[in-house]
Design a protein around this ligand. Structure first.
Ligand code: HSE
Length: 305
C-alpha cells in the first residue's frame, strides 16, 4: 500500500474543568487527508482548502509531526500529503490536532503500524507546539484514540481512555478567530488552594460521571471558576448561550478548547437540537455568523476511508 485516505475528527478539549487533561472526539466535522509513502526523505505538503496554511514542512503542523515520525523510523522515508481542511483553523475544535494526528496515523498505517498510539500522540504534539506554543495532548489524544481521553501526564505521556458516555453534543462556532497562544497567555499563572480544591473536586467527579455514564454527576461537575471567567470575555454571547442551553434542558457545557466554539452536552438528540436552535438565535441577535453541529461523541479517532 502506497497511498491512504483518512478522516480526522474535530475534538473538544478541556471539557470545562479538565484544562489540558480532558478531551473528546466528535463524529463531525472531520478533516480529510491523503498520504503517499515516498522512498526518499522528502515531505511534500499540498492544501485543497481555502485557508492558505503554510506548505513548508517546518511551518506546517502536519509537517512537523511527520518530521518527528520520520526521524524515529528505522530508514529514510518521505510522504506526499494532500490536506482538505473542513475544521476551520482557530475554531477551538482541534483543527491543528486533526492535521497533525491525521498525518501521523495515516503515515503509520502506510508503515504497517510500526509505532504505538502513544508514540503517534507524541509526534503529533510537535504540531500543537508549533500552533500554540504548548505541547498539550487533550485534542491529539482523543483524535487518535477516539472517545473521551484523560491525559494524566504530558511528560511522560500517560493517556487513560475513558468510557464513552451516551450523550449528544451541540457545538456553536461563532465565526471569529481566537488564537490558542493568545487564549493561553491571558490565563493566571497561579491559583489559590481554595480554588484548586474546588477544581479538582469537579475534575474527579466529571471523570467519575463519564465513567459511570451518569448525566447528573456530569451536569454537576461541568464547572470552572479558573479558566472560563477569563476566556469567556473573548467570546461574545457566551453567558447567553450557556443560560439558554440550560433552560432548554442541556446538562451543561462551556468553551470548546480555547474557543470561540462553545459546546453543550444533552441526554437526547431532541434536546441537543433545541440547544442548537437557541445558539443560532443568539448569534442572530448578536449579528455574528455562526456554524452549528449536533454530534455524538465519536468512539473512533482518525479513520481510513
Ligand atoms: N487545553 C488547550 C487550551 C486546548 O485550552 O489551551 C487548546 O485547544
Amino acid at each position: 500500500m502506497k497511498t491512504i485516505k483518512i478522516k480526522a475528527p474535530a475534538t473538544v478539549a478541556n471539557l470545562v474543568c479538565g484544562f489540558d487533561v480532558l478531551g473528546m472526539a466528535l463524529e463531525h466535522p472531520q478533516d480529510e487527508m491523503e498520504l503517499t509513502l515516498l522512498n526518499k526523505p522528502q515531505l511534500i505538503i499540498q492544501h485543497k482548502d481555502k485557508y492558505g496554511l503554510p506548505t513548508t514542512a517546518e511551518k506546517n503542523v502536519a509537517g512537523v509531526a511527520l518530521l518527528a515520525l520520520m526521524k524515529a523510523y528505522e530508514k529514510p522515508i518521505g510522504f506526499k500529503v494532500v490536506i482538505n481542511k473542513i475544521i476551520k483553523p482557530g475554531s477551538g475544535l482541534g483543527s491543528s490536532a486533526a492535521s497533525a494526528a491525521g498525518a501521523v496515523v495515516a503515515a503509520n498505517k502506510l508503515l504497517k503500524n510500526y509505532f504505538t498510539k502513544n508514540e503517534l500522540v507524541q509526534f503529533a504534539m510537535f504540531g500543537e507546539e508549533l500552533a500554540s506554543g504548548s505541547k498539550h495532548a487533550d485534542n491529539i489524544a482523543p483524535c487518535i484514540y477516539g472517545g473521551v481521553c484523560l491525559i494524566r501526564s504530558n511528560h511522560p505521556l500517560d493517556i487513560i481512555p475513558l468510557k464513552t458516555p451516551k450523550l449528544f453534543v451541540t457545538v456553536v462556532h461563532p465565526q471569529i478567530e481566537i488564537k490558542t497562544s493568545e487564549a493561553r497567555a491571558i490565563l493566571p499563572k497561579e491559583i489559590s488552594l481554595k480554588n484548586a480544591v474546588k477544581h479538582w473536586g469537579n475534575v474527579a467527579a466529571l471523570v467519575a460521571g463519564i465513567s459511570q455514564n451518569n448525566p447528573e454527576i456530569i451536569a454537576n461537575s461541568l464547572r470552572d471558576d479558573i479558566i472560563e471567567p477569563v476566556r469567556k470575555k473573548l467570546i461574545p454571547g457566551f453567558d447567553r448561550v450557556k443560560k439558554r442551553s440550560l433552560t432548554v434542558g442541556a446538562l451543561g457545557g462551556g468553551i470548546s478548547g480555547s474557543g470561540p466554539s462553545i459546546f453543550m452536552f444533552s441526554t437526547t438528540k431532541k434536546i441537543a437540537e433545541k440547544v442548537e436552535k437557541e445558539m443560532i438565535e443568539i448569534y442572530r441577535e448578536f449579528n455574528i455568523e455562526a456554524k452549528t453541529y449536533v454530534s455524538k461523541i465519536s468512539k473512533q479517532g482518525v479513520s481510513e476511508v
